[in-house]
Write a protein that binds this ligand. Structure first.
Ligand code: S3P
Length: 451
């Protein structure tokens, strides 16, 4: 994909349905009894992988664009699959479905593409085996052959990594277990869509915060629940790319409507504001247990100094803004998918930006630290690489360059925005991978960009 520099972004946009919420809506509707109608379902190929696997497990799903009709089979109504379940590029599909399959009285095999086959799965194998399932893997990586057990044993499990996918996997197994399953988060709060979606379907989920600020999320199994309609808001992680472009290009005016504003997903907006960029939430209401609203962005204001609000977890009193261009600690899980983009934003900010405590980025669809560092260096930016992050010099002028997506959708989109800010055209190899989360990305951007 050849990308020319942009002058500004102008207009109003709707973003397709949230990918994280869409996976959960489809899986939880399949586990429910009765017919659920889902609107705003993600157009991503990752979510199509989830639907493919559910259908192979005997769930009837009718799809009309972004509307789905899911005939829930209940927790015990899945059919042993005839084929291996192909999760494509989607870690969410594999990890969340593994939680469902662990409680079935049949065996199944989850497979994925080259990227997914290199991703760590011990993080779900350990808790699911503690619950009684038996899982074979290739040295902790896919394919996973899951021999389910019914009923599963309830466990109390402290997450060894701050991962919403692992938390969700254990909770989905927990609804099939005998007794109370607890997932304990000590390394930062991860997105809580599974808890909210289960509650929306009438499943009681308890969240207890302890004195040391860790949280225990508890669920009593086995539990059956009924179908329910779900309306999915726009994906804030997809919107983030447009927001960054509009915030950085002087003269831009962008309004995004109907986007999910769950507080475990909006840290990128807070960070942009702390860096002095003009990003406002103009309206907020609740839909299906999730906050939804509009975002307005005006481009090109860069007031000093650059400040990142580290929030209460950092040890500073709540609401105190720490003067620093550093993002780390408990904040990281809340902007995990936006970190490559934040590094691009950092190139435009005086003092640049430092991202630490983010070693998890090395285990995403590609090693996102290495990919970001390589591409930024190709554009002539000074970058320091750490095992757990990177530091970007800023403000820096970006040169148009030959870039690589490394087959990773978020790298392709982050560097499309970098290419907008560059002197001269850039080319991104393998940019078609944006379809993994946001197939409309290039077309929508083209309709908003002025050159
Ligand atoms: C997701 C959780 C995150 C995120 C991924 C989606 C989810 O992954 O990076 O894009 O929907 O739960 P981890 O759980 O591996 O951090």
């Amino acid at each position: 994909m050849k990308i020319r520099p942009a002058r500004r972004i102008k207009g109003r946009a709707y973003i397709p349905g949230d990918k994280s919420l869409s996976h959960r809506a489809a899986i939880i509707a399949a586990l429910a009894r009765g017919t659920s109608h889902i609107s705003g379902f993600s157009t991503s190929s990752d979510c199509a992988s989830t639907l493919l696997c559910l259908r192979e497990l005997g769930v009837s799903i009718e799809q009309n664009g972004s509307s789905l009709r899911v005939e829930g089979v209940g927790k015990t109504g899945f059919r042993p699959p005839n084929e291996r379940l192909d999760c494509g590029n989607s870690g969410s599909t594999m990890r969340m479905l593994a939680g469902v399959l662990a409680g079935q009285n049949f065996s199944s095999t989850l497979i994925g593409d080259g990227s997914l086959r290199s991703r760590p799965m011990e993080r779900i194998i350990e808790p699911l085996e503690m619950m009684g399932a038996h899982i074979e893997s290739q040295d902790g990586k896919p394919p996973l052959r899951i021999e389910g057990t019914r009923p599963l044993k309830a466990i109390s499990y402290e997450l060894p990594v701050a991962s919403a996918q692992v938390k969700s996997c254990v909770l989905l197994a927990g609804i099939q277990a005998d007794g109370r399953t607890d997932v304990i988060e000590t390394l930062g709060t991860t997105r809580d869509h599974t808890e909210r979606m289960l509650a929306w379907f009438g499943v009681p989920v308890e969240r207890v915060v302890t004195a040391d600020a860790s949280a225990a999320i508890g669920i009593h199994g086995p539990i059956s629940f009924a179908a329910r309609g779900v309306n999915i808001p726009g994906d804030i992680s997809s919107a983030a790319f447009l927001i960054a472009a509009a915030a950085l290009l002087p003269g831009s005016e962008l309004e995004i409507e109907g986007v999910g504003l769950n507080p475990t997903r909006t840290q990128f907006l807070s960070t942009l504001r702390s860096l002095g960029l003009d990003v406002r939430i103009t309206e907020i209401h609740e839909k299906c247990n999730e906050p939804v609203g509009n975002i307005r962005v005006s481009g090109g204001s860069f007031p000093e100094p650059q400040r990142v609000d580290r929030g209460p977890q950092s040890g500073s009193p709540a609401g105190v803004v720490v003067e620093s261009n550093s993002v780390r600690g408990g904040l990281i899980p809340q902007l995990i998918d936006e970190l490559p983009l934040l590094a691009v934003v950092g190139t435009q900010i005086s003092g640049g930006i430092e991202i630490r405590d983010a070693a998890e980025l090395r285990f995403k669809e590609t090693d996102r630290i290495a990919a970001t560092v390589k591409n930024l260096r190709m554009m002539g930016v000074g970058v320091e690489e750490f095992e757990d992050g990177l530091a970007v010099a800023g403000p820096a002028s970006l040169s148009g360059a030959e870039l690589d997506s490394f087959g990773d959708h978020r790298i392709a989109m982050a560097f499309t925005i970098a290419a907008f800010l560059a002197d001269g055209a850039s080319e991104i190899a393998g940019a078609e991978c944006v379809e993994i989360s946001f197939p409309e990305f290039f077309e929508l951007l083209e309709s908003l960009v002025q050159r």
